[in-house]
Ligand binder design. Sequence first.
Ligand SMILES: [Cu+2]
Length: 143
Amino acid sequence: MRLPALALLCLGVAACQDAAAPSVEVSDAVCRPTPNGRDLTGCYMTLTATTDDRLISVSTPAAATSEIHEMSTEGGIMTMREMVGGLSLPAGQATSLQPGGNHIMLMQVTAPLAEGDTVELALTFEDTAPITVSARVGNPAVN
Ligand SMILES: [Cu+2]
């Protein structure tokens, strides 16, 4: 008669372990089109991690180089630069990459990106297993 209780206990533990595995939810992934022969563009998305994590790097077949950029103001001029150590993702908090702020920069884009295209972005995190997201090409929603 003890077997059913034991089986239930095991199920309970398995469920707990699944829930505890670090994961990141990605939504609203979008890359801007590359008109006029430009070979660089910005991508944006919202990331929510279940545990404190960091977005370490991004890669895509659509561009030779991808970097995580932050905006900063130096001498009154807005510039962007690669984020040292990646993007911090506090647990349970939606972290947005958006126009005018942090973004993913694709450089040396291999082919022009037009509205309606899709860009595969491979995201690497400190703790969470790598995730590939399909970003639509279009204009990001402005908040
Ligand atoms: Cu940039």
